[in-house]
Design a protein around this ligand. Structure first.
Ligand SMILES: Nc1nc2c(ncn2[C@@H]2O[C@H](COP(=O)(O)OP(=O)(O)OP(=O)(O)O)[C@@H](O)[C@H]2O)c(=O)[nH]1
Length: 648
């Protein structure tokens, strides 16, 4: 559902009319902000925006602009007044002509192919060359011209190649911060989110760093690695090594926890310890011994993971050592080794700095785009950290929904929420969503056009009903409000999905382990187990189970078995299925269903796809009506509302 256009947004025509005939205070403000200035270098007059703006306004990150703002900004950058500048040389860079929703698997393949062909054209703007003879005004003009050229180039790429771009940073002031950070830094650490490392990586930024000075170093720091399993890190490590990318895994979150643990330990050491003298029953002692043995076995395996240089999550000390190794030799005695931290908003730059500094020197927030100016923090007498404001580099985007899910676009300002919520509903298995939230999601049956996977709206309605979020008036489930919660959970990693490296396994297979019941918090694990038991008793789980058969291992090759063994402590049984309860149960159920129909999930999907003329990847197994009735049993405890609009 597309929401009505905001009353605040104006087209170029409307804006010109408002400016001309006036529309209350707003237009007065607008008129007052355009002032005539004299260029002292040339003596010419020009029109520009009033600079008496608060500094936060100037530094505000701009990733999307209305038609008039785009026009005015372009005109200001070009340094020409509106009559002198011909419209033909102004390009509207951002348009909403593209479908903001999701792509089918086939469309996505076409788009990805096109994106790969044009990858080299995704550049970051370069700061023009300058020397001691360049005046401030001249440099300002040169920078604006270079920036305008860069924007034209990207606009052309979008127009001629018909590619959707990320709403990349359009504020020159923000790029100026990046230029300064790069110029000052000996090492530029590009921080990316582990859930989608390539989406957050700007390859051209690394080129630019080397252009500024070949002696500078680049490092790709994959933060939030705590969200990945060992197997996932291993697959990414193989890919990144193959591409010869200097990378390291890190987790500011784990680093913070380790720091707190050390602090607690040192505090408790100061307190007197109380010795436990009570005698324990034999059964309890046996249980403890068994647990200890299990722990030891687990430790041995974790040890193996830890020793794997390529996949290990660095501690703060290790990260510091790696950075110090890159310190240039023979620098001036007064030179401070400077490490610049750059990256998209919300990838964890401030958290990483806090972990390095060992204290909360930089504020951390889950709202993207909080850091506005670059900040310098003295790590030691010789080492300086430089925190650059988060900025969105130009990149190809498949959809805006993807950007929301990646935490690039702020959720609170979101108007179109169905795309991103559908991505969440597609990526996180339905039973997992139901267990996490304690909800029941009703999907449309196949015969009525459903595909077994909930749509974003189906998920949101279920969530809204459960939380009692209702719209005023008609009293329908407030999907828009629900979207904010669900999407924030996704961005925060509560609903976890990691992207696989290119040309490897598909997303479902890559994330299979994440939906293992053993990964759930204790309370949710019990809820899920109960839900599964209920479904098994009334025999209605069959179709539901098939949703998860996509996350169940098929007979594997030697390499993936070795990889999996490292993760699954109990190993695989002789059927090729794993013995963890969550997967085992689903595997068994899935098998029964498929045997009954004499078709495997894949074959059935392929058949449905053929019948419907769609891509097999877009087809999932369905839930039948019988299932709704069945699984409603034992669900009475969930809050229900008379306004349910989607119950069959
Ligand atoms: N799970 C996990 N979450 C993290 C990690 N590092 C940061 N976060 C979370 O990610 C969010 C953003 O962290 P920040 O450090 O503020 O990110 P930033 O890159 O400085 O953001 P801007 O100031 O907007 O540029 C916060 O909610 C953090 O708690 C990590 O290693 N693991």
């Amino acid at each position: 559902m597309v929401l009505a256009k905001s009353k605040k947004s104006v087209g170029l025509g409307n804006s010109l009319m408002n400016d001309r005939f006036g529309k209350g205070k707003g237009s007065d403000r607008k008129r007052a902000s355009a002032v005539t200035r004299i260029d002292h270098a040339t003596g010419q007059e020009y029109i520009t925006n009033d600079r008496q703006e608060a500094s936060w306004v100037k530094m505000r990150s701009i990733t999307e602009q209305g038609a008039l703002d785009e026009f005015l900004a372009t005109a200001e950058l070009a340094g020409t007044d509106f009559t002198a500048e011909k419209m033909s040389s102004v390009k509207i860079i951002h348009t909403d002509q593209k479908n903001p929703y999701l792509l089918s698997a086939a469309e996505e393949r076409v788009i990805v192919g096109k994106q790969n062909q044009n990858k080299g054209k995704l550049t970051v703007p370069r700061r023009p060359k300058w020397d001691s003879t360049t005046t401030r005004e001249q440099l300002d003009r040169l920078e604006k011209e270079a920036f305008l050229d860069w924007r034209r180039g990207l606009a052309e790429l979008e127009e001629t190649k018909d590619l959707l771009m990320t709403p990349f940073e359009r504020n020159l002031e923000v790029w100026r911060q990046l230029w300064r950070v790069i110029e000052r830094s000996d090492v530029v650490v590009q921080i990316v989110d582990a859930r989608n490392p390539l989406m957050f990586r700007s390859e051209d930024l690394e080129n630019y760093v080397k252009e500024v000075d070949p002696k500078k170093h680049n490092l790709l720091l994959i933060n939030k690695a705590d969200m990945m399993t060992y197997r996932q890190r291993k697959m990414w490590a193989d890919y990144l090594k193959g591409q010869k990318i200097a990378y390291r895994f890190f987790s500011a979150h784990l680093a913070k926890e380790a720091l707190e643990a050390v602090e607690e330990e040192s505090e408790s050491e100061e307190e007197p310890t109380v010795a436990s003298s009570s005698k324990k029953p034999v059964a309890e002692v046996k249980e403890e011994t068994r647990e200890e043995e299990e722990e030891e076995a687990e430790e041995a395996e974790t040890q193996e993971e830890q020793e794997d240089e390529d996949t290990r999550i660095l501690t703060v000390d290790e990260l510091e050592d790696i950075l110090l190794e890159l310190e240039p030799a023979n620098t001036d005695p007064g030179h401070k080794f400077t490490v610049g931290l750059v990256g998209y908003p919300n990838v964890g730059k401030s958290s990483t700095i806090n972990a390095l500094v060992g204290a909360n020197k930089v504020s951390v927030s889950s709202t993207p785009g909080k850091t506005k100016h670059f900040q310098t923090i003295h790590l030691s007498e010789k080492v300086l950290l430089c925190d650059c404001p988060g900025l969105v580099f130009p990149n190809f985007a498949n959809t805006k929904a993807e950007l929301v899910c990646n935490g690039v676009l702020p959720i609170d300002q979101l108007r179109e929420y169905t795309g991103p919520s559908t991505l969440v509903a597609t990526r996180i298995p339905k039973p997992f969503l139901e267990a996490i939230y304690g909800i029941q999601i009703y999907t449309r049956p196949l015969e009525e056009g459903g595909n077994g996977i909930p749509t974003g709206e189906e998920l949101l309605r279920a969530y809204a009903r459960h939380r009692g979020f209702m719209t005023q008036g008609l009293g329908q489930p407030d999907a828009s409000r629900a979207a904010r919660y669900v999407l924030k959970d996704y961005v925060a990693g509560k609903l976890l999905y990691c992207n696989p490296p290119p040309d490897s396994v598909d997303g479902a297979e890559f994330n299979r382990e994440l939906y293992d019941i053993a990964h759930l918090p204790e309370k949710r694990r019990a809820a899920l187990q109960q839900a599964l038991d209920e479904m098994t008793i009334d025999g209605s789980a069959a179709d539901d189970a098939s949703v998860l058969t996509d996350f169940i291992p098929l007979p594997q090759g030697q390499k993936s078995q070795t990889l999996d063994k490292a993760f699954f402590k109990s190993g695989a049984n002789n059927t090729g299925n794993f013995t963890r309860p969550f997967q085992y149960k689903y595997t068994e159920q899935g098998k029964q269903v498929m045997e009954g129909k004499n078709l495997s999930g894949r074959k059935l999907r392929a058949m449905i796809a053929l019948e419907k003329g769609i891509d097999p990847k877009d087809v999932q197994m369905t839930t039948g009506k019988k299932h709704y009735k069945g699984s409603m049993k034992g669900r009475g405890k969930h809050r229900r509302n008379n306004a349910d609009d989607d119950e069959p």
